[in-house]
Structures are given as structure tokens and as C-alpha cells.
Design a protein. Structure first.
Lengths: 362, 232
């Protein structure tokens, strides 16, 4: 008989942190490629800027803390934080947005709490929340998918727009935001939120040109990007880098809420597919909420953690002030992790009583 | 004299109400969007502290021990009302800017804490001086926090100085930089928490540094081992 000398949250795969982080980065590639295809080259420049800032910040702070920074850099955790933040922000946001955000993520959220493994909050999402509440204008300048854009933009336009705010041909970001009809575009979630607030019904709303008419309220570009990240996420589960518990329970939490509410009143509450394939729920479920440091560490706890994030996402998307909510939901549930872990401790080996009291059997 | 020196040191640095005791954080975090707001609330709190400490010290021998807390609170409330009416009369704009946080000085634990811990046990002069120093220590932190948040959040310094000092003070306002997209986090409450944490960390670092500089080198303890086994 084989005895495992391990209690709860230890991973059994023989990988070091660097390998895990690199696998996650590879798994993001399909999603990043599709995002670049639909929304322009901006994402790639943002990723480059984010990686540079993250590594420099991490090295500088580790040097200040008198730690071995070469080894810490090689674990790729700072790189991953930077990349996650870079794909979350609008692709044409000015360069200082991503620099400030990544610096905040790595320096304040991660290193000030004690470095990798000690951060209470997901660094990328805490950085995102900081940017969203500090610079709401720049953080909501989403471009329409390239096929719907009035002014096509190439790689140099992206480069100049990020550095100076204007493309090589002199268009501003807000001009780039206009679609072929000359109307400023927003994300699918934004469009629905705005027109529901103005009193339209959901079925009227999804006639908007950003939605694919065949897909009943799903933006084509958003769907492909989500599917790209879904493929990467499934690969991660197959490689046992992440467990299935958090993604599945998170999506289930959202689906149950969305299904129930859309059955109650389909005119006001968008459909399940709308919630699943628009916005960032897929990348959130597979890449962000599964952060091993700030998520719950027991299997039962992961189910609770994920489901609660799904419910929060639905609540904030439907009744909150912001169109999407992954960052807020993840941060909120990060705060609840110690409590969840406390109540879902697995049974200790040798104890049969659920209350973990060592009662003598008589 | 030595007592006064000790009180100064305790109030401004070693036992600073905001940095060490972490008392009165609610107004501290809520009003420090600008330097002047912080200074205004700091001065108001200092006045209340001096008044309440002095009064408590005078009547300390007649207060029945069982009901001392309600009595302290009433004394403090009386002084807060005085300060509030004064600000209402002379610095009306600042009074409006600080809003609910002036009456809330009553609930500032730093004040009742000093009444309980120091003023109710010491002479009038010392108690009043303790109030002054604790108040100044509190004001110092408010001003520092206000400076950091105003500088990062809106790129100015001494904005609204005319609210406190009268119209001539408009010239004091310094615009350090102008920006279309201010760092809103610094002005919002979470920013206050972050900067407060940074200030506390800075104080701890300074303390550690000073300790290392001024600490007398410890005498090396010499251990002499006695031989307990015999050679054989």
C-alpha cells in the first residue's frame, strides 16, 4: 500500500513555480492571438510594456528586500501578472496606464505583502481595480472589432497611439472608437447595460451591430476571444496545472443566476449565452480566479470560492455600476478565502469525527 | 521641565495618536484630500484636546470614578460645540468642506483616550501641554497625509488656503503639475489607507534606523564554561 506523506494543499505534480507559470503563459497564447486579430496590435505592445515593467519592478524590490532576485525573476510570476493585466485593459490605452498598473500590482499588491505566496489579493486584478477607479476614461476606451471599425489601423498606428494618444495618420483614440456608422462603439456588455438603463428591452438591444444576429446576443469578436481562452484553460486542466473546481463552479454560479433571472423576465435580464461569451468571464474563470496563492486551497473551498465569484459577477453586472465585474468579484472573494478555508478543512488522517475532536472510542 | 520634554516627544513621535495609537483614523482618512482640509481638522482637534484635557484635569478630584466616561464625553462635546460654532462663524467655507467630521471629533478616541490616560491623573499645566502636543502630533500626520494625497491626486498644494486663512491666502496655492487624468485613487478613501500605511512604514524604518545609530553598543556577554567532567 502506498502512503502519501502529504496533507491538504500540496500539489503533487513535480513542477517548479517557473514551469507552472510558463505553462499558464503558453495556454494564454490562443486567446492573445485572437484578441490581437480582432482588436488590433495594441494588445501585443501592452504585453511587452507590462512584462518589462513587471520584471524591472520585481527585481528592484527584491534587491531592496535583499533577496536573491535572479531566482525570483526566473519563477515568471511577475511576467504572468503583467500579461494578465495587459490583456485586461483596452488595447490602445496610453502607455503609462499599463506601467502604473503593473507597478502597483507587483510592488504594492504582491511585494509589500511579502512576495509570491503571501499576497492576499490577486495582483493583476487588484492592479486592474486600481486603474479602473483611478483612470475611468482611459480604462473604458474599448475599440470596436477591426471589421466594424471606421478607421482601420495597423501595427504602427497601435504603436503611436499607445505612446502619444494619436495614430500615425493622426486619428485620436475616440475617433478610432467610432464604428462604420460613425457612432462610438462600446463592448457588448456596455451596450446592453446602457440601453437597458434607457428602458429598451433586451431583444431590442441585441439588434446593435456589435452583436452577431445568429448568436442571440453574443459579440462575434468577444466570442472568439473567449473561446481562445477556453481552449487554453482546458489545456491547463488537462496538464493538471489548475483544478477543475474553480472554473466549473464559477461558470455554474453565473449560469444558474443568469438562467433563473432570464426565465423570470427575459426582457430585462440577458440570456445565459450573453453572460458566458461576452466580457471576460472565461479568462477570469480559467486564468484569474485559479491563482493558487489568493484562491481557496481546499477542494470543497474551491467550489464555494468559484461559485461565489460567479454569483458576484452576475450581481455586479446586472445591478452594479460597472458593465463587467471579474476583478471586483475576485477581489471580494479573495477577502473571504481565510474564512472559506477555515470551514472547509479536510478531515485529518486518523480522525473520523467531523468536528475534528479526538474522542476516544469506547 | 523634563516632564514637558517627555510629553513633547511622546505626543509628536513616540506615542503619536495617529501613527502609533492608530486612533481617530476615521476623520484622518476621510478629510485629508487636501492639505488645508487636514490642517483645519487638525487644528480643531488640537483645540478640543487642549480644552478637554485642561477641564478634566481641573475637576479630576470631583469626578466619581464610576461615571467618569460620560462626564468626559460631555466635556469633550462641549468643546467640540464651541469649536464648531467658531468655525461656522469665522471659516464658514472650511466648515462646509469638513462637514460631518467636525461634530464627529467628539467620537475621536484619541481625545477620550488622553482624558482617561493622562489628564485625569495629572496637574493642569501638564495636562494642557499634553493636549497640545498630542494635538500637534495628530495635525502633523493629517498635514503629511493631505500633502501626499493632494500632490498625487490633483497636482496642487495649499489648494483652498483661503478657506482657512482668508482671501489673501489664495496666493499660497501652488500648482505643481497639471494633468487631464488625475490619479483619482489618491483622492478616494482607499488611497488614504494606502498612504497611511506607507507613512507608518516610513516611521518604523526611521525608528529602526535611529535605534541602530544611537543604541549604545551592547556589552558582549562573556560566557565562561566551567568544566564539569574530569579528565581521566
Amino acid at each position: 500500500m502506498k502512503f502519501k506523506l502529504a496533507s491538504s494543499p500540496h500539489q503533487h505534480a513535480k513542477r517548479n513555480t517557473g514551469q507552472v507559470m510558463r505553462l499558464v503563459l503558453y495556454a494564454m497564447l490562443p486567446g492573445i492571438a485572437l484578441q490581437t486579430w480582432f482588436f488590433g496590435w495594441g494588445t501585443l505592445f501592452q504585453i511587452l510594456l507590462a512584462i518589462t515593467t513587471a520584471v524591472v519592478t520585481e527585481a528592484a524590490i527584491l534587491e531592496l528586500r535583499k533577496k536573491d532576485f535572479e531566482r525570483a525573476i526566473q519563477d515568471y510570476s511577475a511576467v504572468l501578472t503583467g500579461v494578465l493585466l495587459a490583456v485586461s485593459i483596452p488595447p490602445f490605452a496610453p502607455w503609462w496606464i499599463i506601467v502604473i498598473g503593473t507597478f502597483f500590482s507587483v510592488a504594492v499588491v504582491k511585494q509589500l505583502y511579502g512576495g509570491l505566496g503571501f499576497n492576499l489579493f490577486n495582483p493583476a486584478m487588484a492592479g486592474y481595480v486600481m486603474l479602473l477607479i483611478s483612470f475611468p476614461v482611459q480604462m473604458t476606451q474599448w475599440l470596436p472589432p477591426e471589421s466594424l471599425s471606421q478607421y482601420p489601423h495597423n501595427i504602427w498606428d497601435a504603436f503611436y497611439a499607445i505612446l502619444t494618444g494619436y495614430t500615425g495618420t493622426g486619428f485620436s483614440i475616440s475617433q478610432l472608437q467610432t464604428n462604420i456608422d460613425g457612432i462610438t462603439m462600446a463592448t457588448p456588455l456596455d451596450v446592453v447595460k446602457t440601453s437597458l438603463m434607457q428602458g429598451s428591452t433586451y431583444s431590442e438591444t441585441i439588434g446593435h451591430s456589435i452583436f452577431n444576429s445568429a448568436l442571440n446576443g453574443v459579440g462575434l469578436a468577444s466570442m472568439w476571444v473567449s473561446l481562445g481562452y477556453l481552449a487554453g484553460g482546458l489545456y491547463l486542466i488537462k496538464q493538471k496545472v489548475i483544478n477543475w473546481h474553480i472554473p466549473v463552479s464559477m461558470l455554474a454560479g453565473l449560469v444558474v443566476c443568469a438562467l433563473f433571472m432570464s426565465l423570470v423576465d427575459a426582457d430585462i435580464y440577458p440570456s445565459v449565452m450573453f453572460h458566458l461569451l461576452n466580457g471576460s468571464i472565461i479568462i477570469g474563470a480559467f486564468f484569474i480566479a485559479t491563482d493558487p496563492v489568493s484562491a481557496s486551497t481546499t477542494n470543497k473551498g474551491r467550489l464555494v470560492f468559484g461559485a461565489a465569484i460567479g454569483v458576484w459577477v452576475y450581481i455586479i453586472r446586472t445591478w452594479g455600476g460597472y458593465p463587467d465585474a471579474i476583478a471586483f468579484a475576485v477581489i471580494i472573494m479573495n477577502m473571504a478565502v481565510p474564512l472559506i478555508d477555515y470551514y472547509t478543512q479536510p478531515r485529518t488522517y486518523g480522525h473520523t469525527n467531523r468536528k475534528r475532536v479526538n474522542k476516544p472510542k469506547s | 521641565m523634563n516632564e514637558l520634554k517627555e510629553l513633547t516627544w511622546q505626543g509628536l513621535w513616540k506615542n503619536n495618536p495617529a501613527l502609533i495609537q492608530l486612533l481617530g483614523l476615521c476623520p484622518l482618512l476621510a478629510v485629508t484630500q487636501t492639505l488645508i482640509n487636514g490642517l483645519g481638522l487638525g487644528l480643531a482637534t488640537t483645540l478640543v484636546l487642549i480644552g478637554s484635557n485642561a477641564t478634566v484635569s481641573i475637576i479630576r478630584n470631583w469626578i466619581p470614578n464610576e461615571i467618569r466616561i460620560p462626564i468626559f464625553v460631555m466635556i469633550i462635546a462641549a468643546f467640540v460645540t464651541i469649536v464648531q460654532l467658531l468655525m461656522n462663524a469665522y471659516t464658514f467655507k472650511l466648515y462646509q468642506a469638513l462637514g460631518i467630521f467636525i461634530p464627529l471629533i467628539v467620537t475621536n478616541c484619541a481625545i477620550i483616550g488622553r482624558a482617561e490616560a493622562y489628564a485625569s491623573k495629572n496637574r493642569l499645566g501638564n495636562a494642557a501641554f499634553d493636549g497640545l502636543m498630542m494635538g500637534l502630533g495628530f495635525t502633523l500626520v493629517l498635514v503629511l497625509l493631505g500633502t501626499m494625497r493632494e500632490l498625487l491626486g490633483s497636482g496642487t498644494l495649499f489648494d483652498g488656503a483661503n478657506l482657512l486663512f482668508g482671501d489673501w491666502a489664495r496666493v499660497l496655492t501652488i500648482t505643481v503639475f497639471e494633468t487631464d487624468s488625475p490619479f483619482l485613487l489618491a483622492i478616494l478613501p482607499p488611497g488614504a489607507f494606502l498612504f497611511m500605511g506607507l507613512i507608518i512604514a516610513l516611521k518604523n524604518v526611521l525608528d529602526e534606523h535611529m535605534e541602530r545609530l544611537f543604541a549604545a553598543p551592547k556589552e558582549q556577554k562573556v560566557v565562561q564554561r566551567a568544566r564539569v567532567t574530569t579528565e581521566s
